[in-house]
Design a protein around this ligand. Structure first.
Ligand SMILES: [Zn+2]
Length: 287
């Protein structure tokens, strides 16, 4: 218990305490995006209540609640968590009328939480897909594999042509290596392919105010090039000496394999080796 309280105290100090107003952008009828403290959420207004994604942590959830009151007097009744990572899932207690929705694999991770950030219970789970019925714009949740964390959800609003994902890509920038440990590149590849099929107007990502579909297209191309580069090296090593050759070669690839066409992306020199390593492990042993 002491350990749990100590960690919670550290997080409480680290979290912003002053309430500010989130940046609010309307994406379609009854569909909004709210951005504050470097986290972005969807806010979708239905006849029975409001659906939000990722309140993230308590002060941000309080600020969102105040901003939502400026849009509608309906309560938040659905909270969709994009994945189980604790920095995305706090603050649900600010919305006591809401059902918490997360992929079926989330609860097992929440049960391990010592920070106090995870919600106590997930009210609604899904495995492959779920349509959230709150008499509002259609909101479909899809699971395409453990892209970032075990329970990565894709939130798709087909009439609004909006999708929301968390932590899967950045804009002409390679995600810092320290955030890559929990990434499965084959699932990220699949998510990006599915996003491209959705014919979106807005591709919302959890830490960016830019919803341009271009960013999805560019990252899908990057991941495909990385897949072909690393997959080619694995195939060649398999032919030469089987799995043993792959295992011997794998430690060299992060330094050897390059994608110079992306050299102008931020973080290329520093973080490409980690992305190569993640892709190699995702292809060769599944995670
Ligand atoms: Zn994140």
């Amino acid at each position: 218990m002491f350990e749990k309280l100590a960690v919670a105290a550290v997080l409480a100090v680290a979290a912003p305490v002053a309430l500010a107003a989130p940046m609010v952008q309307q994406l379609a009828d009854n569909v909004y995006m709210m951005s504050e403290f470097h986290y972005v959420s969807l806010v979708v207004v239905g006849e029975d209540g409001v659906l939000i994604t990722d309140p993230a942590f308590t002060p941000r959830a309080q600020s969102m609640k105040a901003a939502i009151a400026g849009i509608t007097d309906k309560p938040v009744t659905r909270i969709v968590l994009s994945h189980e990572h604790y920095d995305h899932v706090g603050g649900t207690e600010v919305f006591p009328d809401a059902q918490v929705i997360c992929h079926a694999s989330c609860q097992a991770v929440f049960d391990l939480d010592v920070s106090g950030a995870a919600p106590g219970n997930v009210d609604v789970t899904f495995t492959d897909s779920l349509t959230v019925d709150f008499r509002g714009p259609t909101v479909n949740l899809y699971y395409y594999g453990p892209a970032d964390g075990f329970g990565s959800a894709v939130v798709h609003l087909p009439e609004a042509r909006v999708a929301f994902t968390a932590d899967l890509y950045e804009d002409r920038s390679l995600t810092h290596g320290m955030w890559m440990d929990d990434d499965n590149y084959l699932a990220i590849r699949r998510v990006l392919q599915e996003l491209r099929k959705m014919d979106l107007l807005h591709a919302v990502s959890s830490h960016s105010d830019d919803t341009s579909v271009r960013i999805v297209d560019e990252n899908a191309a990057f991941v495909e090039d990385l897949f072909n580069l690393v997959g080619g090296a694995i195939g060649k090593a398999m032919q030469e000496g089987g799995p043993r050759q792959v295992m011997m070669s794998m430690s060299m690839w992060p330094q050897e394999l390059k994608l110079p066409q992306y050299a102008d992306w931020k973080g290329y020199d520093e973080h490409l080796p980690t992305h190569v390593r993640r892709m190699a492990l995702s292809i060769f042993h599944g995670g």
